[in-house]
Ligand binder design. Structure first.
Ligand SMILES: Cc1cc2nc3c(=O)[nH]c(=O)nc-3n(C[C@H](O)[C@H](O)[C@H](O)COP(=O)(O)OP(=O)(O)OC[C@H]3O[C@@H](n4cnc5c(N)ncnc54)[C@H](O)[C@@H]3O)c2cc1C
Length: 384
């Protein structure tokens, strides 16, 4: 007999775990399916930490979503009895007219968010582990900080399961079909049916969204997504970078690229990475997870110039995947053919902080077609 649910969630990573939680909060009978275990390290939601901030330089329209996101992270922390969001702040440094500095100030001004503009002397006094060029600008947001990424995924799944959701891990989805009223999902272990389907496939968006035979091989917006290999490194770090010494998360927009990282949290290392760049991945299951000699020079160059008290031989590393849209903005909405299918994809390397709020949006979209927060600007769109 086929197991039947109200809603199936395909892919239980960052967004799928949250969608499961919000659907379960709406009293739906939910099944989440994932190929790997919960909070695994093969997709996009691992590596210990993710930056969260409100004054969003990518576009001010993200700010209302972030305001809701902070409320939902608080709710989840209360529910799981664990701190997930650490408000250690964030500084963004670069030329005054660069995208990240000017965009942060614009979003803060439009949405009345408190941010501090530091002059270089003040930035050097406050963050002595960093080198700030004389003609740069530094913006500090105290409300920003970081999330413990794997713990957030686990907390969402655990809270969903406490409300009766089921989760199947180690099970790969091979096919899915919708007729607009119900869906059938086939895995390597079984067949499931439901009234609705939420698809949150991360780096596997393109193959998953091309599965239904009814789509007839027609190209979709998902064919424009590109997966990038990103390397995170933990470098040996001086106590000058300790979180207890007032260090925050950081983001540098340099003339050669954007680099970001976290304060020393483990008494030993600082995690640092490049947001720009990355090699294109054709098969996310076969991505090279070893640290290659070519992975290091840009990080080392950045460290030498801007973080002179960081060691340059990483003690450990992780490889993680960005799924990029052509314009760097997310795609969230209903399937173009079937209104009982909602999709969240193309989070372009900055999605994690939104998993709480966009899990709620996906739940609303698949149940009612209406989201409580404005997401029209993220509706899947046409690219040339
Ligand atoms: C190095 C790095 C740093 C980042 N830094 C930040 C940051 O500081 N702040 C921030 O907000 N965001 C950041 N991001 C982005 C953020 O982490 C991602 O946008 C987010 O984690 C994406 O979540 P997801 O649910 O789309 O993907 P995932 O969490 O990868 O989930 C997709 C799931 O679908 C499953 N799946 C796919 N196909 C199948 C199938 N056929 N059958 C069964 N299961 C399937 C996968 O196994 C996976 O578990 C970063 C990302 C990376 C890689």
């Amino acid at each position: 007999m086929i197991e039947t649910y109200d809603v199936i969630v395909l892919g239980v990573g960052g967004f799928g775990s949250s969608a499961m939680y919000h659907l379960a909060r709406q009293n739906c009978r939910v099944l989440g399916i994932d190929r790997f275990h919960i909070a695994h390290d093969r997709g996009s939601s691992h590596g210990e930490t993710r930056i969260i901030r409100k004054a969003y330089f990518e576009h001010p329209d993200y700010v209302p979503l972030l305001q809701r996101a902070y409320v939902l992270w608080d709710d989840l922390q209360r529910e799981c009895g664990q701190t997930l969001l650490h408000k250690v702040g964030l500084f963004i440094a670069g030329k005054a007219d660069c995208d990240s500095v000017s965009g942060t100030l614009k979003a803060a001004r439009l949405h009345h968010l408190p941010v501090d503009q530091l002059d270089v002397g003040e930035a050097r006094r406050r963050f002595p582990g960093y080198a700030f060029p004389e003609d740069w600008a530094v913006v500090f947001e105290a409300d920003a900080g970081y999330l413990n990424v794997e713990n957030c995924v686990t907390a969402h799944v655990a809270a969903a399961c406490r409300r009766g959701a089921n989760v199947r891990t180690g099970e790969t989805v091979l096919a899915w079909e919708s007729d607009g009223h119900s869906v059938v999902v086939r895995t390597d272990r079984g067949v499931y049916s439901a009234g609705r389907l939420v698809i949150t496939p991360g780096a596997w968006a393109q193959p998953i969204l091309n599965l239904p035979k009814a789509a007839n091989g027609r190209p979709g917006w998902w064919d424009h997504l590109k997966v990038l290999r990103k390397v995170l490194c933990w470098f040996p770090a001086d106590p000058v970078y300790d979180v207890d010494r007032g260090n925050s998360t950081f983001f540098f927009e340099t003339p050669v690229g954007q680099f970001y990282g976290f304060p020393r949290l483990d008494g030993q290392t600082v995690k640092m990475a490049e947001h720009t760049g990355g090699l294109t991945v054709t098969d996310p299951l076969a991505v090279d997870r070893d640290l290659q000699p070519s992975d290091l020079p840009r990080l080392v160059e950045f460290a030498r110039e801007f973080m002179p008290r960081l060691g340059i031989q990483p003690l450990r590393h992780a490889v993680c995947l960005y799924t990029m849209t052509p314009d760097g903005h997310f795609c969230i909405g209903r399937h173009p053919e079937w209104s009982n299918v909602a999709i969240g994809a193309g989070f372009s390397g900055h999605g994690f902080k939104f998993t709480g709020v966009l899990g709620e949006v996906l739940s609303d979209l698949v149940l009612t077609g209406q989201a409580a927060v404005p997401v029209d600007f993220l509706t899947p769109r046409k690219w040339p």
